[in-house]
Design a protein around this ligand. Structure first.
Ligand SMILES: NC(=O)c1ccc[n+]([C@@H]2O[C@H](COP(=O)([O-])OP(=O)(O)OC[C@H]3O[C@@H](n4cnc5c(N)ncnc54)[C@H](OP(=O)(O)O)[C@@H]3O)[C@@H](O)[C@H]2O)c1
Length: 268
């Protein structure tokens, strides 16, 4: 169990997911967590978990040991300006999960002395199954341990350079949507070949989980698992090659690159 008090500034999609993950994993108690929002009305998820919600950012962060910034990119600088007066009155760690705002931009407001990290989780953090990439800007080894322990409770973590944060956003955070679209298409195909919607989705989802578990447990290349399934002249290779003729891998790679250009502000 973590000892620190945590305040999440921004109780939207990802802020709620982090809060849910922290409470459901028993990493912290509800009394150690505050979520701030523009409106003081708690979402269903936050009120069910008895998490304190406030629209007063200063009150929300003043006793926090760890401040997780989870507002939209355009909302971040005004929020930092608002909380800056109370930031340096005790030792704190600031973790930004905001995409597209660098630690240099954050430091222009809060200065260079406060422990500062960027993290890029995904919404599976609500069920402690996130892939979270973390980059340190300022912090001691002890701060680093606190931040890694925090996200370690909520899934897998990887230390990356901040330069790769946009790539982490695309592969891990946008990646949830890409995987969901794969799931939807697989379920729709399953319906066309005879299953009703519910069982089609169950079969497709568990098959995807099995495939990812095979890779995660063995560390092997995907193609080595494909080789085991593709009998010569069989139905798997026939379907797989047809998907490739239709641009399956190419569409996915181009989509990732387009998202990456978009996040970097390059017209794509
Ligand atoms: N969604 C993801 O999968 C994901 C994953 C990783 C990182 N991120 C990043 O996380 C950030 C938030 O994304 P999101 O999808 O969670 O956005 P969102 O759903 O729009 O949530 C933003 C939250 O910030 C609150 N907020 C806005 N201005 C505020 C202020 N001045 N003080 C306090 N709270 C304020 C909003 O309050 P109200 O609810 O009252 O309007 C809302 O709860 C983005 O930068 C995104 O790139 C998202």
């Amino acid at each position: 169990m973590l000892k620190q008090k945590i305040t999440i500034v921004g109780g939207g999609n990802i802020g709620i997911s982090i809060a849910e993950g922290l409470i459901k994993s028993k990493a912290i108690k509800a009394s150690q967590l505050i979520v701030t929002k523009r409106s003081s009305k708690a979402s269903k998820e936050l009120s069910q978990l008895k998490i304190q919600v406030t629209n007063n950012n200063i009150e929300g962060v003043k006793n926090a040991d760890i401040i997780v910034l989870a507002v939209q990119p355009k909302q971040l600088i005004p929020v930092l300006d608002e909380i800056k007066p109370v930031l340096s009155d005790k030792k704190r760690i600031v973790v930004s999960v905001v995409s597209g705002v660098s630690t240099n931009e954050i430091q222009k407001v809060i200065g260079q002395n406060i422990a500062l990290f960027r993290a890029m989780p995904n919404t599976a953090i609500s069920i402690q199954d996130s892939m979270t990439c973390i980059a340190k800007k300022v912090g001691t080894k002890a701060d680093e341990k606190v931040v890694f322990d925090l996200f370690d409770n909520l899934g897998e973590v990887a230390a990356i350079e901040e330069e790769l944060m946009a790539s982490a956003t695309v592969l891990a955070a946008c990646g949830i949507a890409f995987a969901m679209r794969f799931m939807r298409a697989a379920s729709q195909g399953g319906i066309e070949i005879g299953f009703d919607a519910e069982i089609a989705q169950q079969i497709a989802a568990q098959t995807l989980r099995g495939a990812t578990s095979l890779l995660l447990s063995s560390g092997k290349h995907p193609e080595s698992e494909i080789d085991k399934v593709t009998t010569p002249q069989g139905c798997t290779i026939a379907g797989l090659n047809e998907m490739e003729h239709q641009g399956f891998s190419s569409a996915l790679i181009k989509g990732l690159i387009t998202s990456h250009k978009k996040i970097n502000g390059i017209a794509g």
